[in-house]
Design a protein around this ligand. Sequence first.
Ligand code: ADP
Ligand code: MG
Length: 382
Amino acid sequence: MTDPLAAAFRELFGAAPEGVWAAPGRVNLIGEYTDFNDGFVLPLALPRTAVAAVSRRTDGLLRLHSADVPGGVVELRADELAPGGRKDWAGYPAGVVWALRDAGHPVTGLDLHLESTVPTGAGLSSSAALEVVTAVACNDLFELGLKPWQLARLCQRAENVFVGVPVGIMDQTAAACCTAGHALHLDTRDLAQRQVPLDLAAEGLRLLVVDTRVQHELGDGAYAQRREGCEEGARALGVHALRDVVPEHLDEALAHLHDPTVRRYVRHVVTENARVQQVIGLLDAGDTRSIGPVLTAGHASLRDDFEVSCAELDLVVEAANAAGALGARMTGGGFGGSAIVLVTEAEADAVAAAVTEAFAAAGLRAPRIFPAVPSAGARRLA
Ligand code: ADP
Ligand code: MG
């Protein structure tokens, strides 16, 4: 992909790029809707990446092009960038340049051409891949000396403030900091990280991503409502964030809460944080198989307590488990997007076929199924 990308860059901008960078999409193994509760997450990077050919400019101009979006080069002036100014795809890379400049870093202009194999809007975080690939390219080209976690913070700020989407810190950190053969344990309170070995092949296992190819539009309301519900729960319990409610005190905490919806949200967040710790314990013990039921329990919690699943995601989990998967869950924001399925290598094809058949029987478009091999985070390719 690198050479045709560089050739396309030359076609567009009249000279070879100074370098080529990649940043991956991700799936979250466990720890869903915990990141705005100061909780734990455990994402892994996918082999699918956004790849960008980039050169510096010194005249303040940003020239941005995506091979995946119709339309030509988008031209912007770096010193005119302002939050809310761009709602299209160019808002992501432009937002990163804005966030870097706003933090005092001298990014004086860019030519950027990108292409991505991360499906968009599938819950696999194509947006963070796009942001982080822009950030690592800027970091190298302008010799900013920022660490991957710092780049992730700036990318989150780009998405929150410039693009205007209230995402947590998981996606950008995964794209910037994941390493091959590992899942990334991230504490979203203090951003402490640990690479947790996830050697699926050694145990004869496979993790499948099932992209349902549906996305139900529930508006931003559903996300905001859950965020507010969690904040209300934390206030009622007198804690800074729901992360501070330990599983041992869950029953006591639930007895304090009067609103049944808030009670369910709290139960999801507290049990989900516990599931992250449980999965990490099993991975550290080299018992990856046993995480299967924990994944399925996480799905039930997202479906019944947090109410962010949908019929198609539930169908993936049911069909996969009925066909012999070790466990499965929705991953990402829900209401469509993708699920993950843990399966033995021997059963992988049969389980994938069973899910595809279940979709056909339900009159749904065939899902896209591919293995999630724990891959490297953002890096320079050339
Ligand atoms: P997700 O991050 O789950 O894939 P988002 O809605 O957060 O979904 O981000 C998708 C958006 O990111 C797209 O609508 C587009 O604006 C931008 N994007 C992602 N990949 C590309 C790409 N290859 N080229 C241009 N824009 C992209
Ligand atoms: Mg996104």
